[in-house]
Design a protein around this ligand. Structure first.
Ligand SMILES: *Cc1c(COP(=O)(O)O)cnc(C)c1O
Ligand code: SF4
Length: 335
């Protein structure tokens, strides 16, 4: 395996991410009229776009499906009835701080409050990440409770983005997880392989392979919404993970004006399965304040999936689901 990337490479890429609406607009040759709306939309949830992702956006194209995922707009400040700040009921199911225990046999750990990209539709855009444990010592009660609960077979690292932790921190987590005998799987939910593909370097892969040798199988769940997101550097990162023996699944969010056509979803699924990635979930948008303009009607979503079924092998059709607050699993929207 010829991987020359290192820990410092991805950290440098992260530090170069665009965080200023003015720079975003000038680098993408967008009309200046978009600056004020972008500033006002970014008020509650700032701009954040890695350069690798920016490079996949067509300059000057206001309809670019990747641009729409990252450019703040005035509509984000609109209050729409039915859209709330804790759209999926996360705050009601926090047990020991740092764990969300709402799924049978699985414990979700919020290990990082940060993301490398700020997706404008994000359901956690209002999540109080600052409350989560930070230091290794502060994590100890979490490990105690996981160790004591033998029903937990799988630990899901979520956030924020868990791959924003340094390799040193991740390694400490992996070592802690590897010694809990009933935990058989570690699942990582991350958008980094797609938005900051440098993050997938040899050190990380070796760490996950070691975990697998110790009896805890690593699974990676990436997040791609549109086929244009899968650039050459992303393909490379995905191939490295698969070659390291890590299964890769994808989840997408159904987004108005971005991926709500049959052609786009088919192209996305084909690109994924051709790489060896299973399209896992297509999520109905969580109804979070500021994201109403991304919502696609469920009836339309069902039609899209029915169409996909006629055109793709079964394994290339994602499950169309929604998260209902208080429910212990995803709810299928295909009856
Ligand atoms: C649904 C969900 C899970 C659990 O996923 P399953 O694949 O259904 O086990 C974990 N994390 C987040 C953020 C989710 O929305
Ligand atoms: S990467 Fe995931 S958690 Fe972070 S802003 Fe995007 S959708 Fe939200």
């Amino acid at each position: 395996m010829a991987i020359s990337l290192s820990e410092t490479t991805w950290q440098k890429s992260l530090s170069q991410a665009i965080r200023d609406p003015r720079e975003l607009i000038s680098r993408l040759n967008l009309p200046q009229e978009l600056l004020e709306p972008a500033r006002s939309g970014a008020h509650l949830f700032p701009v954040m776009v890695p350069v690798s992702y920016l490079n996949r956006i067509e300059p000057g194209n206001l309809d670019d499906p990747l641009l729409k995922q990252i450019l703040p707009v005035e509509l984000e400040n609109t209050d729409v009835p039915g859209f709330e700040t804790d759209a999926v009921g996360d705050l009601k199911v926090r047990s020991t701080s740092g764990i969300l225990q709402k799924y049978h046999g699985r414990a979700l750990l919020m290990v990082s409050g940060a993301c490398a990209i700020h997706c404008r539709y994000c359901f956690r855009r209002h999540y109080p990440y600052g409350d989560e444990p930070r230091t290794l010592a502060e994590w100890e009660p979490v490990w105690q409770s996981l160790q004591a609960d033998s029903t937990i077979q799988e630990i899901i690292l979520s956030g924020g983005d868990p791959l924003l932790l340094t390799d040193i921190r991740l390694n400490a987590l992996c070592e802690r997880i590897a010694v809990i005998p009933h935990v058989k799987r570690l699942r990582i939910h991350s958008r980094l392989p797609v938005v900051l593909p440098d993050r997938i370097h040899a050190g990380l892969l070796e760490m996950l392979q070691r975990l697998s040798e110790q009896g805890t199988m690593p699974w990676m769940v990436i997040h791609v919404n549109h086929p244009n997101e899968i650039a050459a550097d992303v393909e490379f990162a995905i191939k490295q993970m698969l070659q390291a023996g890590i299964p890769v699944l994808n989840q997408s969010v159904l987004l108005k004006g971005i991926n709500d056509t049959t052609e786009t979803l088919i192209a996305l699924s084909e690109k994924l399965v051709n790489l060896g990635v299973i399209p896992y979930y297509l999520h109905q948008l969580d109804r979070v304040t500021g994201a109403a303009h991304f919502e696609v009607l469920e009836e339309h979503g069902r039609k899209l999936i029915e169409e996909l079924r006629t055109r793709l092998p079964g394994y290339a059709v994602p499950q169309y689901v929604r998260e209902i607050p208080g429910e212990p699993h995803k709810t299928s929207l295909l009856g």
